[in-house]
Design a protein around this ligand. Structure first.
Ligand code: PLP
Length: 904
């Protein structure tokens, strides 16, 4: 069924919105053919499709024309057959390689030689298909002719094949780029119109701020503005500009930097065709993977380690041959411990790995990229080691991944832990409010220790989907300390680069926006105006309550992002990247290489490196559509769970309003599913709100169905073959990604229904006693949730070098003190002795990290004083896995009497 709502999902979910409408047309055509439906209904359904179909090459004018003709002629069966065929071709993408799909005649009668767009699918090799958008002032009547012209340029040597989508205005061009993920290149002919022929009220409201500029723009200006607009939506698009005057001048305009080629309009069309193909090739190319494939074909004799390389030890063996058959020969042919002969060294890349990393930098909007083959756990430690020295202070979310905490132990930095807002009802944390981060900086400033603060280190988005306002956080922090380094752990968020909604909230997206804003002509004036308003000695409160602007002349923008490419893109497990956008990188480059040498294996896995290269290729060529699909899958799940009459009785996916407290949603955004929500509301929320929710991360509350997170996760896995992400006491986390299909949604929903029905039956048959037991269990899961313990403090023994009022501490010394068994003791948390010690001392000082799963953050770090809150939390915890805690022995503590006290 087509959804009635034309709300935000409609925009987010262009591809499936489209297939839904074709299915709908097919369904009404079937009823019409059976005589159950009037022609008018079919006409309406076809009209609904009309505008959207203009933005796609297939089915194109001819097929739509044929449908209309059959409609006019009351050819019910002919219409049904064609609608069915088109709808199927769209769902299966068959038209991308089968030329017959483009024909309007009945396929069984078609003459194969007479196939419409020649060379589509007529080569033996598989040629990837894309669509090219041509924005033109030519009248619509000429468009089929223009598309045919491009088709005529095809040659059998072409590596790719494309069809052309035509648009006559800026608004239509923007809509096409948004709605059609197959568009990979755009050709702009000067002289096109501004306004769409269609009604586009939401788009117009978004463009309204630009309107005066657009109205005044001359042809060349409008073309450049369109190019900039398209790049802002989809930076991966290649843009070509065709002008019939001043091309040299245009090419020299700095605003034309985002245009791949400026050409003279009358020039040889073949030149344009070849340029477009070359542009795609530049993204398709995967230097390391391409070389690895070549390497695998060569007969190489190996006299070095890695006997598994070439596979002879495997395939000749009667005992392990099955492994060879399972993985296939290429895995072994492409294995080598060599770094020469067409391969490269990950530790000191000079060849194809270097190029692959440069291409990844281009794709992700970074200056430099480092491939990492041991996961983001290692990426984080590399960045911390490279940039942080012993004694430096790092402002760190305590609820971050353990790699950060361990990274600080290794580097000897002092953590200044800041707390995320708690969500005790779901046993999880949100993200760290900006006010808390600013306060930390201002406190350190008051202590005269600002020079010691090197970095702010935060997780974006968090495990549960809280996205920071990365730009605002960085700008306001830079206003307090202009050379702060930012490490954004985007382990889960790498894919966000390919969503125009999410990109500005990524580290790299925000860094690009900050760089651009610092260049704006009035940036300094804005800063100075604010300085004047703040006065010479503004109070802390005033600084906390003001949206601070950094001084563009002083800012050194230094942004690092780590992402687990394997968590959200097609990289093999452990494939990770470090992205760098640091104006001072040249000063730390040597350190950075040292960090790589420290942490990277000297035997990195070739397949893993290749998969990072390929993941980049995929995202540059189809990431936009894939991410849109992942978002759409999430919205589908959210909607189905919320509206199903039985499922919604027991389960709910927490909405944006449940995950982000109102005070952090100043735009007024409520949720993706809230009535009347449009995509521009979402856009505004992404721009303004302190925190947003990543729609692809879904907290499914299962406590209301009587399950704790861990047992529900187990049930889904063992009985229904559904694997989910992490758990909390009363929820599980579902994640949709570029891999998911609508069939996956159907499976999940059917399973939730089955489980809900089982609960219904049990409650019906079990009578009052069963109902009471169920209610008590739900009540306990949903209400008896322990308070989350905040970081208490470092013991004075580890604060010799700390500020008087600020909480940082020397965690490394505490960590290594625990290596001396004489200085340690164990204390069971359940005994009376524990209560006595908490009451009367000596203080309990944690010897190591204690990290329960879930929730997965350290409730204790080395050197931290254990408090009542921590013990109460641990006593209430009903999880089995607690890293750093041996139940039989008790808490590992540092003996107070064995530690030197802080000298006053
Ligand atoms: C926020 C965060 N950072 C880093 C990591 C570690 O990433 P990897 O598994 O790639 O080592 C994780 C893993 O779950 C994570 O959640």
């Amino acid at each position: 069924m087509v959804r009635e709502s034309r709300s935000i999902d409609h925009f987010f979910s262009a591809p499936s919105g489209r297939t839904d409408r074709w299915r709908e047309l097919h369904a009404v055509a079937r009823s019409w053919a059976k005589g159950d439906q009037a022609r008018g209904k079919v006409e309406t359904a076809l009209d609904e499709l009309g505008a959207i179909e203009e933005f796609h090459a297939f089915p194109g004018l001819e097929l739509i024309g044929a449908l209309r003709e059959r409609l006019q002629n009351d050819d019910t069966s002919g219409f049904l057959a064609l609608a069915k065929r088109i709808s199927l071709a769209i769902i299966t993408s068959n038209y991308k390689h089968d030329a017959k799909e483009w024909q309007s005649v009945d396929l069984s009668l078609a003459d194969p030689v007479d196939a419409l767009p020649s060379s589509l699918g007529d080569t033996h090799a598989h040629r990837p298909y894309f669509e090219m958008l041509a924005v033109t002032p030519a009248p619509a009547g000429r468009w089929p002719h223009m598309a045919a012209e491009f088709r005529r340029l095809r040659r059998s040597e072409d590596a790719f094949v494309y069809e052309t989508v035509l648009a006559g205005s800026l608004e239509d061009a923007v809509c096409a780029a948004v709605l059609n993920p197959d568009i990979a290149a755009v050709v702009i002919y000067e002289g096109f119109a501004l306004k769409s022929r269609h009604d586009a009220p939401v788009l117009r409201s978004v463009l309204a701020a630009q309107q005066p500029l657009l109205d005044k723009a001359d042809e060349a200006d409008l073309a450049l503005r369109l190019a900039a607009g398209l790049k802002a939506i989809r930076p991966e698009l290649d843009i070509y500009l065709l002008s019939d005057r001043r091309v040299e001048k245009l090419a020299g305009d700095p605003r034309a930097a985002m245009i791949r080629r400026v050409m003279y309009q009358i020039e040889e069309p073949l030149e344009l065709h070849l340029s477009v193909l070359e542009g795609i090739k530049a993204r398709y190319e995967t230097p390391f993977f391409d070389n690895l494939k070549l390497y695998a074909q060569r007969p190489v004799g190996t006299f070095h380690a890695l006997p598994i390389a070439r596979g002879k030890s495997v395939f000749r063996s009667p005992w392990i041959r099955d492994m060879g058959h399972f993985y296939g020969i290429n895995l072994f042919l492409a294995e080598s411990s060599a770094t020469t002969g067409g391969l490269d060294s990950l530790l000191e890349p000079t060849g194809n790995i270097k190029r692959a990393q440069e291409m990844a930098a281009r794709a992700f909007g970074a200056d430099h990229v480092f491939f990492v083959t041991n996961g983001t756990s290692t990426s984080n430690k590399m960045v911390l080691q490279a940039l942080i020295a012993p004694g430096d202070i790092v402002i760190l979310d305590r609820n971050c991944h353990k790699s950060h905490h361990y990274g600080l132990v290794l580097s000897g930095a002092q953590p200044f832990y800041v707390e995320a807002f708690p969500m005790p009802e779901l046993s999880m944390y949100g993200a760290v409010p900006l006010r808390t981060i600013k306060k930390a900086l201002l406190d350190l400033k008051a202590e005269g220790r600002l020079d010691r603060v090197k970095m702010v280190d935060l997780t974006n988005c968090t495990f549960d989907g809280h996205i920071y306002n990365t730009r605002r956080v960085m700008e306001e922090c830079l206003a307090i300390k202009p050379d702060l380094i930012f490490l954004w752990d985007e382990a889960w968020f790498g894919f966000a680069r390919w969503s125009p909604f999410l990109r500005p909230r990524t580290a790299m997206g925000a860094a690009a926006d900050i760089e651009a804003s610092m260049e704006e002509p009035d940036a300094i004036a804005h800063f100075e105006k604010q300085q004047k308003e703040l006065g010479a000695a503004p109070s802390v409160d005033k600084l906390l309550n003001t949206r601070l602007l950094p001084d563009p002349r002083a800012v050194r923008l230094r942004v690092y992002q780590t992402n687990s490419t394997h968590k959200s893109m097609s990289a093999i497990r452990q494939g990770s990247m470090v992205l760098v956008r640091d104006v001072d990188f040249h000063k730390v480059e040597a350190q950075f290489h040292e960090a790589v040498f420290t942490h990277a294996s000297t035997s990195p896995n070739q397949q893993l490196i290749a998969s990072l290269d390929v993941a980049r290729r995929q995202m540059e060529l189809e990431g936009y559509g894939l991410v849109m699909n992942a978002i759409e899958v999430a919205l589908d799940i959210r909607r189905e769970v919320a509206t199903h009459p039985v499922i919604s009785k027991y389960f709910r996916v927490v909405g944006a309003d449940g995950m982000v407290p109102q005070k952090y949603r100043s735009s007024g955004f409520v949720d993706f599913l809230a009535p009347d929500t449009r995509w521009d509301d979402q856009l505004r929320s992404m721009r303004e709100d302190e925190f947003c929710l990543d729609p692809t991360r879904m907290t499914l509350v299962c406590g209301t169905a009587g399950f704790d997170g861990t047992s529900f996760k187990g049930l889904l896995a063992s009985q229904y073959n559904i694997q989910v992400n992490k758990t909390s006491r009363n929820s599980v986390l579902l994640q949709s990604n570029i891999n998911n299909t609508r069939s996956d949604v159907a499976l999940l929903i059917s399973v939730l229904l089955k489980i809900s029905n089982e609960i219904e039956t049990r409650l019906r048959q079990g009578g009052e006693a069963e109902r009471k037991a169920f209610e008590a269990r739900v009540h306990s899961l949903m209400n008896d949730v322990p308070d989350l313990p905040d970081f208490s403090r470092f013991d004075e023994a580890f604060r010799g070098d700390a500020g008087k009022t600020t909480p940082e501490g020397d965690m490394r010394t505490a960590f290594f003190t625990a290596y001396d068994a004489e200085k340690c003791e164990y204390l069971p948390i359940h005994g009376a002795e524990c209560d006595r010690r908490l009451e009367k001392g000596p203080a309990l000082i944690s010897a190591n990290f204690v990290i329960p799963y879930p929730p997965g953050f350290p409730i204790l770090v080395p050197g931290q004083v254990v408090t009542h809150e921590t013990i109460t939390f641990m006593r209430k915890l009903d999880v089995k896995e607690i890293h750093g805690y041996e139940k039989a022995k008790g808490l590992k503590l540092l003996r107070r009497d064995a530690l030197a006290r802080k000298k006053k």
